[in-house]
Design a protein around this ligand. Sequence first.
Ligand code: RP5
Length: 163
Amino acid sequence: MSVAIIMGSISDKPRLQGAVEVLEKLGIEFEMRALSAHRTPDKCVEYVRDAEQRGIKVFITAAGLAAHLPGVVAAHTRRPVIGLPIAAGPLNGQDALLSIVQMPPGIPVATVGIDNSRNAAILAAEIIAVSDSKVDEKLVGLRRAQTEKVIKTDAELQKELQG
Ligand code: RP5
């Protein structure tokens, strides 16, 4: 496995669908756990240490509300940690965003946008691609496909406007 996805609660799982799709498309093996920094603190740390030992290259960590999971994971590994703020609760993810992005100096968490799990997966793939040319090639394909899609939709828009 190359990537470990950890979510703070199973209620976060639907928001991770985009990440799952991207990783599958890129052929990147991943494992997924629901472990909480608050409700299962010991299990969470145990898993992170073991995952690093087993060779996990990147962690994607998703959490809502007072989202401490990404920071706690980062505190227990030297592998890169990507934080995904989840829009849960009355503040719609603003709380999680600030909680994840405002790490103290020395323990970084690379934070993506609220509920933007696709970007979390692409960023994880880009980290892996530094030393994996196959993943890098797949990323080239992904970029090409999205460029072509925009060009196609723009052409359709022009056609529509011209009547
Ligand atoms: C966070 O609290 C989780 O990541 C989740 O987004 C939020 C709510 O969790 P549940 O009460 O649904 O388990 O720790």
